[in-house]
Design a protein around this ligand. Sequence first.
Ligand code: APR
Length: 253
Amino acid sequence: MDEIVIPSALIQSLRTASRVAVLTGAGISAESGVPTFRDAQSGLWARYRPEELATPGAFKRDPRLVWEWYEWRRNLVTDAKPNLGHRSLVIMETQVPDFTLITQNVDGLHQMAGSKNVIEIHGNMHRSKCSTEGTIFDQPELYEDKPPLCPDCGAYLRPDVVWFGESLPPEALQASWESAQNCDLFLSIGTSALVEPAATLPLLSQENGAEVAEINIQETRLTPHASYFIVGSAAQVLPELVKITWQVDMSAE
Ligand code: APR
């Protein structure tokens, strides 16, 4: 493993910050074995592009196909467990007075790890919702019809995720803007920071006086703007960050 270099100024900022906002992407789940959106296209699904399946138009044309794709993706993550990266953010939440975790991931691993204040800006694939009324239902894997019908109105249920061309849930969007605007330190972890609003949130925090730290295995479009860039995997860097900042040793757990 390459040596992880964490600037002491970042440790100091994290230790003294009253408000911290964190944005995570697919990179934090990589070491839990969750394939990213595009990597996941294998086997029977290899001939479809995600952009052809994750859209309202695709669901309208072929609801069964889209439902089955999500069923397959849910099965891929069934055995996945939160890794040290997810678990370090649970510790961070207990140490920072005001902590918000914004995630683009739909795998639910942050909550499984024990994080409390999680904003899922792209939804959660373990939930479904009525395609006309939006009522939320848990445990879609228990339903037999593909897609199942809403018990209230008979319309199709669909995964409770944000598809291409759809707006983000307004409350989640508002809450993430607010936490970015008001934080002292913004951490961007394992995201390519290409998709909005992920791309704008760290810059917004910076405009409002926050420091921005990025953790990624490679540089991204955000890197030139970040106050700190720590190269390394989330599951290695985050436990180290927590250990140096608050003397909490995750490897001892
Ligand atoms: N630790 C840290 N970073 C990692 C790791 C790791 N172990 N493995 C990969 N990365 C980084 C990659 O270098 C890349 O910058 O994670 C990032 C993953 O980028 P994307 O696959 O683009 O994922 P994400 O940023 O979450 O995508 C945003 O786009 O595909 C849509 O809706 C989908 O929510 C998704 C959104």
